[in-house]
Write a protein that binds this ligand. Structure first.
Ligand code: FE2
Length: 248
């Protein structure tokens, strides 16, 4: 069983998502968000997919320089608009296969799960649940999981076909790891959400790119949110997730 962090332990993880770099306006939105993050001085930065729409190698190089300038350990996972191979080239990672990553920061593991299905909008956990099971069973530190497509039911019917498939398999691995997993967070829908999955807190980060509207229970509202991010605050083994909107 994983060791719980000590009561003195505290860290802040900034999670950006769905940057969709695609020219000047997307870069301006990103820079407004990064200015806020730089002032925060987070202990780690996670990016949960959809980094760039096109010109992948060039855009990833631009993004990498900006993210590394924050001076914090960095975890990136691909989303459906990303190129796994271009991300591998720019950000590194396993020589082949899914870009699953683990970084350990101050006694917490940040685990990036690459659930993308190249050429598809939905994701699939099936190819990576074995890898995750091995990582969680290795007796390491408590973990926060990051992936792109939502593994939970968003309640927004039009998005349920573009979710992460094999939720059951992913949930079984997380549940078997008991209290090793502190939480799971994704992106993809450009709309912040908070729920539970496999018995742990689950969140969906807002986008840096334009947000999506709310559609629930037959009612629809247009998006009115500025870009934003999540800040995960871990203190004494307790996770509090903050939603930050970058207005103005
Ligand atoms: Fe996406």
């Amino acid at each position: 069983m994983a060791k719980a962090p000590t009561s003195e332990f505290a860290m802040l993880i900034a999670q950006l998502s769905d940057i969709h770099l695609d020219g000047v306006s997307s870069l301006q939105r990103l820079d407004r968000v990064l200015q806020w993050v730089a002032e925060l001085r987070p202990d780690a930065v996670a990016v949960s997919g959809d980094l760039a729409n096109n010109a992948h190698v060039a855009n990833y190089a631009v993004l990498k320089a900006r993210l590394e300038a924050l001076g914090a350990p960095l975890l990136v996972v691909p989303g459906n608009v990303d190129s796994r191979e271009a991300m591998r080239e720019v950000f590194g990672g396993p020589a082949q296969g899914p870009l699953n990553r683990v970084i350990e920061v101050s006694g917490i593991r940040l685990i990036g799960l690459d659930v993308i299905v190249p050429g598809a909008v939905h994701g699939d956990a099936t190819p990576v649940v074995g890898w995750l099971e091995a990582a969680l069973n290795s007796g390491g530190a408590p973990a926060l999981l990051f992936l792109h497509q939502h593994p939970f039911d968003s309640g927004m019917d039009q998005y349920e076909t573009i979710d992460c498939r094999n939720k059951e398999g992913l949930a079984a691995v997380i549940e078997a790891a008991k209290d090793t997993v502190l939480g799971i967070s994704c992106g993809h829908l450009h709309r912040p959400m908070f729920t539970r999955f496999a018995g742990v807190p689950a969140s969906l980060a807002p986008a840096v790119a334009p947000m999506g509207g709310l559609a629930a229970d037959g009612r629809k509202m247009p998006a009115s949110d500025p870009p934003g991010l999540l800040v995960h605050h871990l203190k004494g083994g307790h996770l509090v997730t903050h939603l930050i909107s970058i207005g103005g």
